[in-house]
Ligand binder design. Structure first.
Ligand code: GTP
Ligand code: MG
Length: 191
């Protein structure tokens, strides 16, 4: 897609902490092919939270749905930096392995659908994650503080809103996730 948004934070992270992208030092790689697995971001949330829409909004490609409810998308930032998006409703899906972080989409009409996923990230995973409330245009007057309380979400987990149909809105959420991963794992300290 022409005009794919550029994630400056992601470029910075790539420049300063290539290890966060799953790359091995080339000298130690068993083979050049094993040098750099692609970067992966998880897009998750309960049924109907907007996962497929979100992945489609930010991807260069049409999202590919497999196994009924799993989405794949791709963002090419430059030749050396391709981000794969992986959408699923299943907490702890094997596809989570090696991801940079996760976006949990929450439909405010169905907060309870998000409990299992948030519980998973808070208690059973080290993956950085942020939460984005979708469907906010539907006239629901949910204050984000109320949502945080209802989800019992730790104050350190960023909580925002998103229109998954809008590429700029969805991209802003990915930027927040990347910024959050940078905050949690500060890259090399400034000299
Ligand atoms: N108003 C509004 N509608 C949205 C938003 N995101 C998605 N939708 C709509 O909500 C419906 C469900 O979105 P999907 O992207 O299919 O949700 P999903 O999480 O992939 O759903 P499953 O794969 O069935 O679990 C679709 O009709 C979307 O157009 C949003 O942010 N705002
Ligand atoms: Mg879907």
């Amino acid at each position: 897609m022409v005009g794919t948004p550029i994630f400056d934070e992601l470029r910075d992270l790539f420049a300063t902490s290539p290890d966060r992208f799953g790359s091995q030092p080339r000298a130690q790689s068993a083979s050049p092919r094993a040098a750099r697995p692609p970067t992966k971001i998880i897009v998750t949330g309960g049924p109907g939270a907007g996962k497929t829409t979100f992945v489609g909004s930010v991807s260069d490609t049409h999202p590919i749905a497999v196994e009924g409810a799993t989405d794949f998308g791709r963002i090419t930032l430059h030749a050396d930096l391709v981000v794969y998006l992986f959408g699923t409703s299943q907490p702890g899906h094997p596809g989570f392995a090696g991801a940079l972080g996760a976006v949990v989409l929450v439909n405010p009409r169905r907060l309870e659908d998000a409990f299992a996923m948030i519980n998973y990230f808070e208690n059973s995973s080290d993956l950085p994650f942020i939460v984005a409330v979708t469907m906010v245009d539907s006239g629901l007057a949910h204050d984000l503080d109320e949502v945080r309380e209802a989800l019992a979400l730790d104050l350190q987990v960023p909580l925002t809103t998103c229109d998954a149909r809008d590429p700029r809105s969805a991209t802003a959420v990915l930027q927040q996730l990347v910024a959050h991963t940078l905050n949690r794992n500060p890259s090399n300290p400034a000299p």
